[in-house]
Each structure stands twice: as C-alpha cells, then as structure tokens.
Design a protein around this ligand. Sequence first.
Ligand SMILES: C[S@@+](CC[C@H](N)C(=O)[O-])C[C@H]1O[C@@H](n2cnc3c(N)ncnc32)[C@H](O)[C@@H]1O
Length: 205
Amino acid sequence: MMTQTKRVYQVLDLFGASKQISKAWEAEGFNAASYDIKSNKKHDICSKTGFMELIKLGLSLTDSALICAAPPCSMYGPACASVHRRSNDNVLGDLSNFKVRLARRIWVNFASFLHVMGKVHRSFHTLIEQPSGSWAYKQPEMVSVIAQMGLLLTVTWMAFFQHDMLKCTHLRSDMASVTQMYDHFEVRCFRRTFTKCLKQTVDMA
Ligand SMILES: C[S@@+](CC[C@H](N)C(=O)[O-])C[C@H]1O[C@@H](n2cnc3c(N)ncnc32)[C@H](O)[C@@H]1O
C-alpha cells in the first residue's frame, strides 16, 4: 500500500548548515526543515539516499511553502577561475578536475530536485542565492529550471541585511515580494549601506 507523506513544513532551508533561515521562520511560528551535509551526514545531495531524503522533505512541504537555497558557490566564482576555468565558450569548466565535477554534480542534482518538485508538487515558491559573478545560474540545467519556474533575478547587497560585507548578491525567485523588496527598504537603510560602501572604497584606496 502506498503511504502518503504528511505535508508539515512551510519552509525548506536547503544547504542551510547554520539553520538561520529555519530559526527565523520558526520564530514566526512556522514549521521549517533544513538540509545540509554539514549538519547531517545523510543529507548529501550527491548520494542516492541523500537525494531521496531531499525528495522526501520536498514532498512534506505544504502548499505555498518556500524552498530557500544557498547552494555552494566557491567552485563557480571568480576567485576560483583558475581552477574551474569556466568561460562563455565553456560554462561547464574543466571537468577533468574532481572539484569542478563535484560542484557540478551538486548543482545538477539541485536542478533535478527543483524539476521533480515542479512536476509533483502543486504549489511552492523558490528563492535561490548566489554571489554576483557566479557561473552557477549559467549551467544548462539551471537555465532550463529558471525558465521553467519563471525565477526572476533580483540584484541586491548583503550589507542591506546587516552583513559586514557589502558583497553583491543575485537572488532568483518566483516571489513577487522578493523583486519588490526595495519598495519596503527605508531610505535610511540605503544611506547607511552606501556610506559604508564609500568608506570601504576609501579604505581600500
Ligand atoms: C554557501 S553555503 C550555505 C550556507 C548557509 N547559507 C548557512 O546558513 O549555513 C553551502 C552549503 O552547502 C553545503 N553542502 C556542500 N556540499 C553538499 C552536499 N553534497 N549535500 C548537501 N549539502 C552540501 C555546505 O555544507 C554548506 O553549508
């Protein structure tokens, strides 16, 4: 007999070792699940059992739940360009390098997870975070999932969220509230960030 997974979570904090997202949602009275290899060895998106665990968590999301994901970015960023060797002519990079293959496997499985969720779940929202300059969104599987799910780009700065680093960040989401979030920022917040930005630029000079 087939057993149905109970839909109990309103948020999935995917790749969330610190559980900051889960904790914030739980503080607001929601049920949150987190998935990260650092906090649970079984949560390895590259292993068969780990991937199935993730599908199980995905199926236990309620309608209108949020999948909030910050997948690993280091092997996709400019700082590792000499290792991954990605370019516009070769977005997959140097696949002879194990680290590049592993980073790609994580993203391909993540894209497959979202693809499966799009097929089997009636309604959920997605929010993905990557530093600007990451090649991850340009991987063919992600290009296809982004188009399939209509994930719009929002360019923002970590400093807007009280982070010490300014760091430009690219969010991909199907939530209107994400693309409209600047409407809710106070002018004060922008002023504080840009003053900080200016100061850091001067400090670096
Ligand atoms: C960019 S960090 C995200 C950190 C997160 N925002 C937090 O609050 O801790 C990427 C995360 O992906 C996790 N990760 C790396 N490889 C993984 C894998 N194969 N399966 C599941 N999680 C993985 C890392 O442990 C790391 O915490």
